[in-house]
Design a protein. Sequence first.
Length: 298
Amino acid sequence: MNAPFDDRDGFIWLDGRMLPWREAKLHVLSHGLHYGGSVFEGERVYDGTVFKLHEHSQRLIDSATMLDMKIGMSVEEIEDASRDVLEANNVANGYLRPIAWRGCEEMAVSAKSNKIHVAFTCWDWPKYFFPKGGEGSGVALKTVKWRRPDPLTAPVHAKAAGNYAIGTMAKHEAMDAGYDDAFMLDYKGRVAESSGSNIFFIKDGAIRTPKADCFLNGITRQTVIQMAKDMGIPIEETTIMPDEISDYDEVFVTGTAAEITAVGKIDNKEYTPGSITKRMQEAYKDLTRQKVAPRKTA
Ligand code: PMP
């Protein structure tokens, strides 16, 4: 078993200081812990460079704004702190996690005076769905009872920790039934996404994906849509109902962690990863290996 996340070597950037990993602590009466006042990012490091660093850094600020939190850092400052923690931990291929949360000044639902804390960490990380990884038969998804909520009910477009309570319950339900991940519908019963990735369906050489109107519009999702357009593969954002999914030939999920992972099964319906999934995986691999955000020189 891997070392727990609070007992590792390395460095964590916390509120402007680079601390030894084990010393980066917060108090148990932090508002973010009790009331879900926390937003975060998940980023991939490829060959020493963070993929889409600018987009993730902007999304951290946008997520905070949606929760009425002010991070107090510009996108450029977030990018610099991200690169600093990457460099301090000497990670070539891994995962980078910025997080911002409400501190301890008030312990009540309101949090107007609570300080916003920010931390950045980075570690080596293998593939999310390893070893299946989509290069073989693909991952198995199970329809779960938990649904993506109405945008008037939750900050569905924010990468907010509170939203992940649903994702964790959904994923546990799928794993307990022997599947890899959850197949989630939304509050209207439409196909939405998985617990931590967006979903795409392929039929007759064309790709379709649910509109991101009540779940996270993933940066990988947006990248894949653009890639398909650039490659001349027809792609449409549309409503997909669960009773239509057996009509499709190929299915894949996308996310910073999942990258492009083929789906081999949804409930009892099996899919074989085909040529479009493979072409998209190859193109994504090429794109992520480009140096897109070189470190600024003074
Ligand atoms: N949906 C959810 C619920 C997620 O947690 C993620 C991962 N952040 C995604 C979709 C994919 O987002 P991205 O491509 O930006 O990683």
